[in-house]
Design a protein around this ligand. Structure first.
Ligand SMILES: Nc1nc2c(ncn2[C@@H]2O[C@H](COP(=O)(O)OP(=O)(O)OP(=O)(O)O)[C@@H](O)[C@H]2O)c(=O)[nH]1
Ligand SMILES: [Zn+2]
Length: 319
């Protein structure tokens, strides 16, 4: 027998108490509709967003509520982000592509011919986001990397970046890439045609973008245009895939911040005579000294100067 107050409780109050709040991660976005992975049990559910001001992106941790008589959850809050992957859009505003990324894999290959400045630019962006980064030299289907690339890759290894020489086509050395990326929320960036989609395919064992959407209850499957998606890696972790991420061109930081994007330059700047040394023509510059003694790669230093100049020309850059 229930106590008297419980017996008298109106029905609708009891029902409202059933409405639950879940902590979840946004794993796919298609317009204002999203798929979420509920953290407590790992299930995938569909959700819509409360209000116009809330703009969740792939990778966001959110709070979502169950709604009476509705199959979809309602996203009511975005939890604080560790970082944002941004790029300037056509209208000069910053577009957020994804959140809470913790690994940037920069892909390149012998063909198209590597533009090492682009590689450095991505690495610089990763450093400024304070996430790990590695260089993936793809399309080495059989033999070893070209001597020229081997030399460049050695420069990155000396800076403590992991480098992987692999082939998405023959799957040569793909397990090395898997071990580096597992348990991370990773993105693969790089010039067009280096094999980013092919690498993602192997890493996620062909999990299709449409499949990720239709796993959710009520998902519209292949007829839905997905903006971005987090594809699961078999060993744990995700690879974020979206058209925006694939041709992502990082916004440039302020001039004074550029050196934080180059480990070997930032590492020496405290020994420069001037605290605000930009490492170009200043006397007593420790970076120039390291360059002259061959401790810093000429090519990396050129990338640094090029990015610095670009940032200065753009005025106060957004990142
Ligand atoms: N030989 C060889 N070809 C590859 C390899 N990986 C990708 N390719 C080929 O390279 C071309 C480009 O591959 P994608 O995976 O589309 O490259 P992407 O970087 O995603 O290109 P965008 O979508 O233009 O940015 C395709 O013709 C692939 O078949 C590889 O490991 N070896
Ligand atoms: Zn200096």
């Amino acid at each position: 027998m229930l106590p008297r107050y419980a017996r008298n409780k109106p029905q609708h109050r009891q029902r409202r108490a059933v409405s639950k709040r879940h902590e979840a991660v946004v794993i796919a976005t298609f317009g204002r509709r999203m798929n979420l992975r509920i953290l407590a049990d790992g299930t995938t559910v569909r959700a819509r967003i409360k209000g116009r001001d809330l703009k969740p992106v792939c990778g966001d941790r959110v709070l979502a509520e169950t709604i009476e008589n509705e199959p979809d959850l309602l996203i009511v809050e975005i939890l604080p982000r560790d970082n944002e992957l941004t790029r300037p859009n056509m209208r000069g505003k910053t577009e957020i592509l994804a959140a809470n990324i913790d690994f940037v894999a920069v892909a390149c290959a012998a063909v198209p011919r590597p533009d090492w400045y682009i590689v450095d630019r991505y690495l610089c962006a990763a450093e400024l986001m304070r996430v790990k980064a590695a260089i993936v030299f793809n399309k080495v289907d059989d033999g070893s990397a070209e001597p020229e690339a081997a030399e460049e890759l050695a420069v990155y290894r000396a800076l403590d970046y992991d480098t992987v020489v692999c082939s998405a086509k023959t799957e040569r050395n793909m397990d090395a890439l898997e071990s580096i990326l597992e348990q991370h929320v990773a993105i693969i960036v790089g010039q067009s045609g280096v094999g980013k989609s092919s690498l993602i395919n192997v890493l996620t064992q062909g999990e299709q973008r449409t499949a990720a959407v239709s796993t959710a209850k009520g998902g519209e499957g292949r007829h839905t245009t997905v903006n971005s998606v987090m594809l699961a890696q078999p060993r744990g972790g995700y690879v974020v895939d979206s058209p925006g991420v694939r041709d992502y061109a990082p916004a440039i930081a302020e001039p004074a911040e550029v050196e934080f994007g180059f480990r070997e330059i930032h590492g020496r700047s405290e020994h420069c005579r001037f605290a605000n040394c930009r490492h170009r023509h200043e006397p007593g510059c420790a970076v120039k000294a390291a360059l002259e003694s061959g401790d810093i790669s000429e090519r990396r230093y050129e990338s640094y100067k090029r990015m610095l100049l670009l940032t200065e020309q753009q005025g106060r850059g957004r990142y």
